[in-house]
Design a protein around this ligand. Structure first.
Ligand code: ATP
Length: 233
């Protein structure tokens, strides 16, 4: 279980997070929702060691991650897929996947099979340059690459951005399979609240850097007042 406890983060004079607490349970998808500027990206970047918190802590199980530098997070079981689907366009799909295993040392037998089994379009294109992939396939590739490090926790920042609803549904269904079959812990940041709540078990709503709701996803989706006030649907 990933535990965030009273985390406060500032960007210079701008306080982006105010004592944010949440947990992401093993084998579950927890989604963090909220408008632009709510602090979602700051939260993920702080968990993965890219920003230093002013106060508060992050733990994975009983180990503290608060002072672990970003480059050592993979060794502690954490993988972060940032917004933007950055792939190495000149390398092949398979070479990009292999890069993901470098974070952990080497490619082990079965690592590539897991990615190809989950994301069939990648298997068909394994020898093609990653630059030739569609947006949806690139999103699959960056998730597959993160999984190559065999993380316990996957942090995902806006994977649905700019993708067709059908592709989003496909990727989210694969995430669900991963948490169910592999016991992965997923913390999913989304502006697409409707789709995220449809796949997540738990939903946390951030507004101006504070948690304003933390409930079962189905309950959040059924709360008309909260949806209208914070989630835009
Ligand atoms: P978005 O979906 O637009 O990325 P978000 O919910 O992820 O929004 P953050 O990007 O975490 O929100 O931003 C939270 C607050 O911190 C905002 O007020 C933003 O302007 C501010 N902020 C973020 N990064 C910086 C930075 N590097 N320097 C100064 N302020 C920042």
């Amino acid at each position: 279980m990933l535990t965030v406890d009273r985390l406060s983060v500032a960007h210079g004079p701008v306080q982006a997070l105010h004592e944010v607490s949440l947990t992401a349970e093993r084998g579950r998808i927890t989604t963090v929702l909220g408008a632009n500027g709510a602090g979602k990206t700051t939260l993920l970047r702080t968990i993965s060691g890219l920003h230093r918190a002013v106060s508060g802590s992050v733990r994975l199980g009983d180990q503290s991650l608060s002072r672990v530098p970003a480059e050592a997070m993979a060794a502690h079981g954490l993988a972060h897929v940032p917004e933007g689907r950055g792939v190495v366009t000149e390398l092949t799909v398979e070479e990009n996947l292999r890069l993901g295993a470098l974070a952990r040392g080497r490619v082990r037998p079965g690592d590539l099979d897991l990615a190809y089994d989950l994301f069939a379009p990648l298997a068909d294109r394994r020898g093609q340059a990653a630059g030739s992939l569609s947006g949806g396939e690139r999103q699959m590739l960056v998730i597959g690459r993160a999984l190559m490090a065999r993380p316990a926790v996957l942090l995902l920042d806006e994977p649905s951005l700019g993708l067709a609803p059908r592709v989003v549904a496909q990727i989210f269904a694969l995430l669900k399979r991963l948490v169910t079959d592999e016991g992965l812990t997923v913390l999913l940041v989304e502006q697409n609240a409707r789709s995220a709540l449809a796949v997540a078990h738990r939903g946390v709503v951030l507004h101006l850097g504070r948690v304003v709701a933390d409930r079962d996803a189905s309950e959040l989706a059924a709360d008309d007042a909260l949806r209208h006030a914070y989630l835009g649907f």
